[in-house]
Design a protein around this ligand. Structure first.
Ligand code: ADP
Length: 164
């Protein structure tokens, strides 16, 4: 029984993340999507909101669960007995960051393996960061995220505009 952990901020979840999660589920018995409670990052959605958005997006995948966590990713991986950490790689910059993180994690937790999935061609250009910018400026993001995520983004930016 191999449990894999797919950790990240998922602020918010995109079709790029979902593609990696879907592909990973076919290789592992159970996939836990770990939503990092990262107080130092300036995230748009709260941890609870990000968890809910991902849960709704993966409801059709039977061997996936979504859990929030805080602290070191490898400690959470150990807690849930994950043998593998799953990450997605888009071009260039992702690799350097992932490589550095993988080296550190290997030092801290040599028993945990890293499995990197190459981004699919059609999702390669999607990042949560860029999509938030597009959504904030009123661009259409319906081909980048599931409908409920697009709605959540619209709500969030309308609220922020009202508060300004
Ligand atoms: P983090 O803040 O940990 O980078 P993200 O939510 O941005 O969290 O991403 C989680 C993982 O998903 C990372 O490994 C990232 O490279 C990967 N990822 C993000 N967007 C895509 C995409 N469009 N295609 C493939 N992988 C992606």
């Amino acid at each position: 029984m191999t449990i894999a952990l797919y950790p990240g901020s998922f602020d918010p979840v995109t079709y790029g993340h979902l593609d990696i999660a879907t592909r990973a589920t076919s290789l592992f018995n159970e996939l836990v999507i770990g939503i990092c409670d990262a107080p130092r990052k300036h995230l748009l959605f709260t941890t609870e909101e990000r968890v809910q958005l991902v849960r709704e997006a993966v409801g059709h995948l039977p061997n996936v669960r979504v859990e929030p966590y805080s602290g070191l990713t490898i400690e959470f991986a150990r807690k849930i007995k994950a043998r593998v950490i799953v990450r997605g790689l888009r071009m260039g910059s992702d690799f350097e960051r992932e490589f550095e993180m993988a080296m550190m994690n290997k030092k801290l937790a040599p028993e945990i393996e890293l499995a990197c999935f190459m981004a699919s061609l059609e999702y390669e250009f999607i990042s949560s960061h860029l999509l938030k910018e597009v959504a904030e400026l009123g661009g259409s993001i319906s081909c980048l995220v599931p409908e409920h995520v697009a709605e959540a983004l619209t709500r969030k930016f309308s609220l922020e505009a009202l508060e300004r």
